[in-house]
Every structure is written in C-alpha cells, then in structure tokens.
Design a protein around this ligand. Structure first.
Ligand code: ADE
Length: 245
C-alpha cells in the first residue's frame, strides 16, 4: 500500500516512520510512504503557502494553488486514488474506516495547518475529510500518522502475530480483554487462575466474558452495534441481574 502525504512539515512525520512496526512495514515493502513538501509547489521567492483570510479575522489560510499543484501532480488528474484532508471538521475516524481505507492500494493524505485550507481545496480537490477526534491540533501531521498507523497494522504481515489485529479493542466490536504476563505475582497482585490453567476453552470463555464486561462498563454504546451470541447475551443478562440485586 502506498501513502502520499502532503504537508508543510515533512520532518515532523519522519521519526515515527522510522520505528517499530511502521519501519518494518516500510523495509519489507508492505507499505511505501512518500512525503511531499507542499512548499516545493510554490513559485515565488519566499515559497509562500498561506495568506490572510478574505473577510478579515485572525489566523492564516493555506493557499489553494500549491496544494492543487502538489496533489494533482502526484495523484494524477483525475485523481488515481482517494485523497483525505485531515481536519477537525471531518468524519471521526474509527476502526471500521481504517478497515475500509486498508482496502485501497494507495491513498493521499493532506495535512492542513494554521486556520485551515482554502475552501476550494475541500470542495474541488479532496475525496474524504477525516478528523481523529473532537479536539483541535496545530496541524494534520499527527492525524495523518494516526491513519497510516491504524491502516498499516491491518495489512497482513505487518504485525508479528498474524491474528494480532483480530482481537484488538474495536476490531471485534468489543473492547479487548485484560492481558497479563510474567511474573505470576507482582507486589502481591496475582494473575487470574484460569490463565494459568492451560485449559484453552476456559481461557477463551473467560476472555470473551471479560471483553463483554469491560465494554459494558466502559462503552455500553458499542454493545448496541455488535453481533452477540446467545451465550454473550446470557452473560450480559447475568451482569444486569447482579446490578439489580
Ligand atoms: N487538524 C487539526 N485537528 C485535527 C483533528 N482533530 N483531526 C484531524 N485533523 C486535524
């Protein structure tokens, strides 16, 4: 999968691409990340990429010309792949969106800065607008890295464990069950007996129930969207009965 990132701060993205899973995914050719400095598509002496907003008010707005020139040169006209504008006004990013985007062979990511981009970029250039949450950052670089990270780990072979992404919180529609590792006792705190039992069926059951319990306690909204088995429903009913009594 190929990512083309359009930004004024390529240096801000590099360090995160040079560690751990993303670094390995790049080295093994699973992903290819191209960073494009929007400034390279300016033609004036000072490489100006922003200007004051029409109508007045504070802040600066990213000019449309270098953005259109950069994206069109790299992604083609018409666009050969989706181009996502990272913006707090976009659709809030979810695991499901990561799965959908992972199906494309290539995507472009456009990082806004300052007060944002000229509206004509939003209207006439990009295909998607995505926010990583209801808060405002200084730019779209961290959000672009968030997308690259969430999408890359879904590509088969990117994680050490081939089933790694399947149990993730959110992937199954539930929050993930608790994890423990050695030592079996730490500062007097033990590990649930069942995990030491070697009984795989029991361990599976415990994990499923813990995932249900955790989701019910922390994110009950998620339970409404998730496919539940008869056994899941019985377990959730038993939780409800416990709180009633
Ligand atoms: N740019 C600034 N804040 C953002 C956010 N929350 N999501 C995506 N892009 C942004």
């Amino acid at each position: 999968m190929r990512f083309d990132v359009f930004t004024l701060f390529t240096a801000g993205l590099k360090p995160y691409l040079e560690i751990s899973i993303l670094q390995r995914a790049i080295q093994s050719g699973l992903i290819d990340v191209h960073l494009h400095d929007i400034r390279s598509w300016t033609h004036d002496r000072h490489h100006v990429t922003d200007d004051t907003p029409y109508g007045g008010g504070g802040g600066m707005v990213m000019k449309p010309e270098p953005i259109f020139a950069a994206v069109e040169e790299v992604m083609g006209v018409p666009l050969e792949a989706p181009v996502v504008l990272m913006t707090p006004q976009g659709k809030v990013f979810t695991q499901r969106m990561a799965q959908e985007l992972a199906a494309y062979p290539r995507i472009g990511l456009l990082c806004g800065r300052y007060e944002g981009v000229d509206e004509r970029v939003r209207r006439h250039l990009v295909t998607h607008e995505i926010s990583i949450g209801d808060y405002v950052l200084t730019g779209g670089e961290l959000p672009a890295l968030v997308l690259i990270d969430a999408i890359t780990r879904l590509i088969p072979g990117a994680l050490g464990d081939p089933t790694g992404a399947a149990d993730d919180s959110h992937a199954s529609g539930l929050l993930e069950y608790p994890h423990y590792t050695r030592p079996p006792e730490f500062r007097g705190w033990g590990v649930p007996e069942v995990l030491l039992s070697g009984n795989h069926a029991e361990i599976e059951r415990w994990r499923r129930e813990q995932a249900l319990l955790r989701t019910w306690q922390r994110r009950p909204d998620m339970l409404e969207q998730t496919e539940l088995s008869e056994a899941d429903r019985k377990y959730l009913d038993s939780l409800l009965r416990k709180t009633d009594s």
